[in-house]
Ligand binder design. Sequence first.
Ligand code: NAP
Length: 326
Amino acid sequence: MKKNIIVAGQLSEAQRQELEPHAHLIDLGKPLNADDAEVKAALADAHGIIGSGFTIDDAFLDAAPKLKAVTLFSVGYDTMDVDALSKRGVLLCNAPDVLTETTADLAFTLIMSSARRVVELAEWVKAGKWQKSPGPELYGSDIHGKTLGMVGLGRIGAAVARRGALGFGMKVRYALSSPKPDLERELGATRCELDELLAESDFVCLTVPLTRKTEKLIGAEQLAQMKDSALLVNISRGKVVDEAALIEALKAGTIRGAGLDVFEQEPLPADSPLLALPNVVALPHIGSATSETRLAMAQRAVDNLTRFLQGQPPISPVNAEALNQQ
Ligand code: NAP
């Protein structure tokens, strides 16, 4: 019998056709909020959920007693209570690898646009201010040859570091990661403590997942350790940074600027002080947002789900142990 699967995201027609022999797809077309009556009714009978952009906690799971699998489009699963899912024998799968290079491209876009003041100067041109060549007050800073501090050196971190070292001749330092001897050999990267990385880097790039340990990892104390010429780039999750402290540092000029794809609250409120700062490049969480990669992320979630529904091991389980309880 076909299982009820809630679709919370964009699937292509081909992907829907792949799932349809095994699943009765339910598109609610609204956020998966368990307080909503229609969502609640769908959850009561749901065997699986595929998609992204929702939060699962104990209360959500109370509303979904038949749930057996959640396959995410994203690699990050900080909005999922993994312990609660595991306790109830609900399999969780994420989508690593397929978005690594695209997200690294975006991290580098932020490095480059912050350093060379691309957004600020493009707006300056559009505002008709280009009456003569920009003077020193509008100069950017070099990227090549500078020190790139990678906070986290996992899949995406390594791809960013590779761009920096091999493409721009940057010196790579890394912290908050297990030793990566292969990358040290390939890129000349050196591992250090976070304090040392913050003090030495011209670019500090955050690529750690959001966990209890990394929440507000970069606060006032850490920002104060950075050079006043340094730029902070965050493509991980907004809550890894204490945003109020970052705003203070940017206003006071104790760091030079920030390139941010992620924020404490998303969508970023229109009255956020970050938006009034010329030394901030703010993007709407688009690390993986290319047509090719979003399709590949959805495909990973489809592959995980079809394998699960056919009794085969999923490709990228987060809590494979949950399968033992089903
Ligand atoms: P990954 O391969 O797991 O890399 C994570 C890195 O962080 C590893 O080096 C890991 O150390 C390190 N780390 C430090 N503290 C950690 C902790 N408490 N728990 C787990 N790891 C810790 O992940 P990834 O694929 O590179 O993705 C990283 C994050 O990027 C995702 O979790 C997501 O939040 C974010 N992301 C954002 C976007 C976007 O659109 N902006 C897109 C994709 C991903 P070890 O090397 O020792 O494991």
